[in-house]
Write a protein that binds this ligand. Structure first.
Ligand code: MRU
Length: 345
């Protein structure tokens, strides 16, 4: 199985997602700051993968602390956590993972610092392992929504590369294939960062799952010609009412799906649920650089000095979402009530 990231011998090794599929190179992070940079520059990206990377980053930070004083250890650990938390704002898995690591650190404060460091390392590896299991469970539940002989449209990359392995939306597709169903995929290229063209198309092709790459503005055409049976996407954060933050362009896909009567599903682990937020308007939307819009592969194609807008995510209102596929099962409206039940399970 493709290894998005792994943690051995004091190094967090990540496949460099800015270089795929042209080059397969790895980036070694030895400090929490290097992990934060890798998240910021999207060497590692995708909500669950960002969460796992952050947990490993907290562990790297802990290993580097040189003190026997628990108070000093806690203060320095907090600094490492702050650096990681400042890397990207939208995917809640980042904050979820940091909080989980902090709680583990607190529970260790009566023992030795050496033991705490070991426990934090183990916890980050546990988060990594759990993520793969969660994705497989999500796949099992989600594949039941996939009819045999169907065509699925997906946006961005919610695959093995966006997680510790297997994927969320692509996990559902993989599970449908494993259940013996015949499926085809339309992968939106996903401008401006091209996660669909570079990563989803690559992952599915590697797995021999039939995939056709389309530019984002072709999605409506294929929905109108009746060639799309369902949509499955991932999520970066889901508010308490079921509003979904996902890669910019997801909202347009959802509106088109409604117009054409096509089911729109979101696959996400319960760690992506942010029940502290009433609705999607409260989700912080990351604004990324103008250069990601004006350049492709380092080459400028827009006029120099042009004003650019670049929200990296958008909000799909809950009314456009047919169901949210989680590791606990398929959650349907009313989301406010049912997401709470799923999270509490
Ligand atoms: O900016 P990215 O590439 O980190 O955005 C990724 C997405 O929007 C994914 O759809 C989402 O994180 C779900 S990944 C399982």
């Amino acid at each position: 199985m493709l290894k998005t990231l792994e943690y051995t011998d004091g190094i967090v090794r990540m496949i460099d997602q800015t270089k795929l599929p042209v080059e397969t190179v790895y980036v070694d992070c030895k400090t929490s700051g290097e992990v934060a940079d890798a998240i910021k520059t999207m060497v590692v990206r995708g909500a669950p993968a960002i969460g796992v990377a952050a947990a490993m980053g907290v562990s790297l930070g802990a290993q580097s602390i040189n003190t026997d004083d628990p108070k000093q250890f806690a203060e320095e650990l907090e600094q490492h956590c702050s650096v990681l938390a400042a890397s990207r704002p939208t995917a809640v898995n980042l904050f979820w993972a940091i909080e989980r690591m902090k709680k583990v650190a607190e529970s260790c404060m009566n023992g030795s610092i050496e033991k705490a460091k070991e426990t934090l390392k183990e916890e980050s590896i546990r988060i990594w392992k759990e993520d793969i299991e969660i994705n497989k469970a999500m796949g099992k539940h989600g594949q039941e929504l996939v009819p045999d002989n169907s065509t699925i449209l997906t946006h961005c990359n919610a695959g093995a590369l966006a997680t510790a392995g297997y994927g969320t939306a692509l996990g559902v597709i993989r599970a449908a294939v494993e259940a013996g169903k015949k499926v085809r995929v339309f992968a939106d290229e996903t401008r401006p960062f091209l996660q669909g063209a570079r990563l989803t198309a690559w992952e599915l092709k590697e797995d021999d799952i039939p995939v056709r790459l389309i530019t984002d503005n072709m999605a409506g055409y294929f929905m109108r010609t009746g060639e799309v049976d369902l949509i499955v996407v991932g999520a970066d954060r889901i508010a308490g009412n079921g509003d979904v933050a996902n890669k910019i362009g997801t909202y347009s896909v959802a509106v088109l799906a409604k117009e054409h009567g096509i089911p729109f599903y979101v696959a996400a682990p319960t760690s992506t649920l942010d029940l502290s937020l009433d609705n999607g308007d409260q989700i912080p939307i990351e604004e990324r650089s103008a250069e990601e819009v004006t350049h492709i592969g380092g080459k400028r194609f827009a006029p120099e000095g042009i004003e650019v807008a670049h929200p990296a995510f958008d909000i799909t209102p809950n009314a456009l979402v047919h169901a949210i596929i989680t590791e606990k099962g398929v959650v349907r409206p009313p989301f406010k009530e049912n997401l709470r039940k799923a999270k509490a399970q």
